[in-house]
Write a protein that binds this ligand. Sequence first.
Ligand SMILES: [Zn+2]
Ligand SMILES: [Zn+2]
Length: 260
Amino acid sequence: MLKLKARTRHTPVTCFDYYIKIIMTTPLVDLHTHTVASGHAYCTVNELVEKANIIGLEAIAITDHGPRLPNGPHIYHFSNQERFKTIPGNCKVLSGVEEDIAGPNGEVFLPENTLNSLEVVLVGLHPYPNGWANINSKKNVLISLLKAMENPLIKGVTHPISNWFDFSKEDIIEIVENAESTSTAVELNLSKIYGLENKLFEFLDLAGEFNAPLMINSDAHAVHELGDFSNLEKFTDRIIPENVINKDYKTVKSFFEIER
Ligand SMILES: [Zn+2]
Ligand SMILES: [Zn+2]
């Protein structure tokens, strides 16, 4: 029994590639986090930074919701993020936002000069009490999202797979195809996987097929969630490591054209 245990522990040759792939796909940068400023998240910037330094992340982006999601922060919250650059510690703190679609032509709520001042600008679809910014059909929401991806200031789409918005396979193909052609990253959001596993498998297969840039994020709304990539194992087989744009800070810096 002891011998058998020793053998299985030391000779898992077939598992080697698998573990290498986990290492290659596990991000060192978490590009999607929220603070108390989002209104329904429970941690401060300092708490996130402290945890990020403890677990060895190279960088995190603070991407609170845009100003028009209920309880979203005022525009000043975004225009004042220059000071993240001087936060001490090994982990870089990147300025950012998770914006929302504001109209039928890919509009978002923050003005261009504010978006331009942020390092990580993401856009996502969320449930709104008053509907979809006067966009009254699902197809038109998709069209607006695709147009937003063409905006060079917008570099990522959060949770294209969610319970809030059920895109069809054809819709997902349009999104990943557009992601590749516009260099916009699509997200594997590890906080939104329950009941969505099969949809996520399909999404990752299509993202791989179309070579879409992929980001893997925690979408932390509480400090213990930051950098928690433990659910990633379920999806590792479907991910092309070369397509993961947040595997390390060097790759993030180049993808988002960050100047530090
Ligand atoms: Zn979101
Ligand atoms: Zn979020």
